[in-house]
Design a protein around this ligand. Structure first.
Ligand code: HEM
Ligand SMILES: Nc1nc2c(c(=O)[nH]1)N[C@H]1C(S)=C(S)[C@@H](COP(=O)(O)O)O[C@H]1N2
Ligand SMILES: [Mo]
Length: 384
């Protein structure tokens, strides 16, 4: 069923048509659907990586896959903001249309608009707030954002089932271009409007992409982080000062390797770690918030430490920080990641000893791990 907004505009001149039309709604809806599908799949993947169920093991290669995933998530999410604003502007007269419900099916379709529109606004707002470290809501960002994404995708399925056929109709009948005749309206026509929305969306993406794509770094206007700004040339998520670790006492410091998976638990001093053979690797820090940088690390391969401790093959690890209480003070390393030669306990970055903000004395850095799992100020590796 087709419910015209202002005029049924199938086959009419795009350059003379008003911006608020069914074809606009169909085009914007399709673009939003694609952006949300990309956001949802990259988001759910990020969730699986952080909360892996038994059947899921995130590999350590390719080293930059998580960086790409999260960069794409945040960019498509940002690009969706102008699309959503435009879509709501185009269809808003219909949201208040009477009668509220012409049939059960029509009623169900209308009802699904509430979680669809409300949830979308919530998703984009919480996402945008989170990357700007602005979290004024009373719930955990991840829980709220995750729940909202399922609600929105459910409502979107209902919406597509109800409106998909009309949308396809509007998309397949390209409007004819009329060469003569008076223009029906002044101001912005549909083509101009859609071009402006696409431009705004592209510009938002372009001005945010520098947080992932180093070639666009100079254009990082809308993303909160410049990835080359920070001690030793890249950003800091949680500073050493904020957790009281600016001044770790190297006399007392030990790295402990223990747990049921090892034959000979180790307790190593900093000097002993320095004496181990070191390995260098360029590996990304890819924050869940979308920014990423790829400095050059140098440190002890975890593999060598496991061997020294007589660890059983196929063990997973829990890496623990000397930082006191925080959700981010420990992280899991699955059995596949644990044997990657580039999983390092880094002592240096970009040719210098780590500064406290980047995790001095030692921090974990491994290929393809989300930033939240690159534990700083490591004090213990438990082999499970
Ligand atoms: C401006 C737009 C958006 C931004 C900036 C954004 C940002 C983020 C960030 C920073 C995370 C990582 C959270 C963490 O692990 O701590 C995340 C996760 C996620 N996002 Fe978004 N997002 C946006 C839009 C969306 C949309 C439109 C969807 C779905 C259609 C979505 C679905 C998800 C899901 C499922 C997760 C995983 C949550 C979890 O790990 O529990 N996001 N998002
Ligand atoms: N112990 C500890 N490690 C941590 C964190 C933390 O808060 N505590 N933050 C993590 C997050 S979210 C990121 S993105 C990276 C950032 O590393 P950097 O500050 O060296 O850039 O560290 C990770 N390691
Ligand atoms: Mo992060």
């Amino acid at each position: 069923m087709s419910h015209p907004v202002e005029v049924a505009d199938r086959g009419e001149d795009a350059a003379a048509a008003p911006p608020r039309s069914e074809r606009s709604a169909a085009l914007l809806g399709t673009a939003l659907g694609v952006a949300f599908a990309v956001c949802f799949s990259t988001g759910v993947l990020s969730h699986l990586i952080q909360e892996p169920p038994g059947w899921f093991a995130w590999p350590s290669r390719p080293a930059g896959a998580y960086r790409l995933n999260q960069g794409v998530h945040v960019l498509t999410g940002m690009a969706a903001i102008p699309l959503l604003l435009a879509k709501v502007w185009v269809v808003h007269p219909k949201l208040f249309e009477r009668p509220m419900m012409r049939s059960m099916a029509h009623g169900a379709e209308r009802l699904a608009l509430l979680p669809l529109v409300g949830g979308s606004v919530l998703l984009l707002m919480t996402g945008l707030g989170n990357i700007n470290i602005w979290r004024p809501w009373p719930f955990s960002f991840r829980d709220g954002h995750y729940a909202a994404s399922w609600i929105v995708m459910g409502a979107l399925l209902i919406h597509v089932a109800a409106r998909g056929a009309t949308t396809r109709g509007h998309l397949s009948h390209r409007p004819r271009r009329r060469s003569s005749g008076p223009r029906s309206n002044e101001g912005l026509d549909r083509r101009g409007f859609l071009t402006a929305v696409a431009g705004a969306s592209g510009l938002v993406a372009l001005l945010s992409a520098g947080q992932t794509v180093s070639a666009l770094r100079g254009l990082t206007v809308l993303a909160p982080r410049r990835t080359d700004v920070g001690p030793q040339g890249f950003p800091v998520n949680r500073t050493a000062a904020s957790v009281g670790l600016t001044d770790v006492d190297l006399v007392a410091y030990r790295l402990v390797i223990d747990g049921p998976g090892v034959a000979r638990p180790l307790s190593l001093t900093y000097a002993e770690l320095v004496a181990f053979p070191q390995r260098e690797a360029e590996l990304p820090i890819a924050c869940v918030e979308g920014w990423s940088a790829s400095p050059r690390w140098r440190g002890v391969p975890v593999r060598d430490l496991l061997e020294a401790a007589g660890a059983r093959e196929g063990c997973a690890l829990r890496v623990e920080s000397i930082q006191e209480s925080s959700r981010l003070r420990d992280a899991e390393v699955n059995a596949g990641q644990a044997v990657d030669a580039d999983l390092l306990l880094a002592l240096e970055v970009n040719g210098e000893v780590l500064v406290p903000d980047h995790g001095f004395p030692v921090r974990l850095i491994g290929p393809n791990r989300p930033g939240v799992q690159q534990t700083k100020w490591v004090g213990r590796i438990e082999v499970t």
